[in-house]
Design a protein. Structure first.
Length: 254
């Protein structure tokens, strides 16, 4: 399995605190059946981890992998908190696409709202030939209150990444139910752990896929796994036709 979203680089954000913790996270990921991790430290959310720094830190993680003979690969990336000058900084070489392949960018929204300029910025990112992937939209309160806003962004080309812990209920019943609504409406394209440690924010990909298998079937499992593979390779993903979440269904989450 491939995990597109993790905070495994030590000491750069609110994820791993040191190299020992990163090693434990790597070992936990392997035990969970993950063979490739994209390291996505925060950018523009309390922390500034520019492209050059991420490359250097990923190389250090690869040294840990080699020293301990671990069977896992690490790819560079960032979780970029959306902001007005994003494209200017990308052109200046500060920002990374997933696996540095120039095809997909992991973009985080504030948890409380959707910026007014978001739709235009995501469109401008696509004009550069990059597909924006909205990280954990199920945890955004404005999307929760008005899922049509997410539907509109997806119909205009944005992709989304659902967090495994939302699927397993770690973030509460409301988030879990909203996640179900998004999956059923084809508003989710890939899942990832957003792992920060081995305790309360772990690599729980297996548990999430077990839930998906039970609730939605094997086709959904294959869909999400294949899309993760295609994203890391910089190839076009599979996209099902998105559907709006009707008010009748939406009110059922409360």
């Amino acid at each position: 399995m491939i995990d597109l979203h993790s905070h495994i680089i030590p000491g750069v954000d609110d994820g791993s605190r040191n190299e020992n913790e990163s090693q434990l996270m790597l070992e936990a990921a392997i035990s969970a059946g993950i063979h490739t991790i994209v390291a996505t430290p925060h950018y523009n959310y309390k922390y500034t981890n520019e492209k050059v720094k991420v490359f250097a830190e990923v190389e250090k993680l690869k040294q840990i992998i080699t020293r301990n003979n671990l069977k896992i690969d690490i790819l560079p990336g960032q979780e970029i908190r959306i902001y007005g000058e994003l494209l200017e900084d990308y052109e200046a070489g500060k920002l990374l696409t997933i696996a540095d392949n120039g095809s997909y960018m992991l973009v985080e929204f504030p948890f409380q709202h959707v910026p007014l300029y978001a739709e235009k910025l995501l469109y401008d990112i696509e004009l550069r030939g990059i597909k924006p992937i909205i990280a954990h939209p199920e945890r955004n309160s404005e999307f929760l209150e008005n899922p049509d806003k997410l539907y509109k962004l997806v119909t205009k080309g944005a992709l989304t990444q659902l967090t495994t812990s939302s699927i397993t209920g770690h973030f509460g019943k409301k988030t879990e139910k909203f996640s179900e609504q998004l999956i059923k409406a084809n508003l989710v394209h890939v899942i990832a752990t957003d792992a920060h440690n081995i305790t309360d924010r772990p690599f729980n990909m297996n548990q999430a896929y077990e839930v998906i298998m039970k609730k939605y079937g094997a086709d959904y499992v294959s869909y999400f796994k294949e899309n993760a593979q295609l994203i890391t390779c910089g190839k076009p993903i599979y996209e099902e036709s998105p559907q709006p979440i009707t008010k009748k269904k939406f009110f059922g989450i409360f």
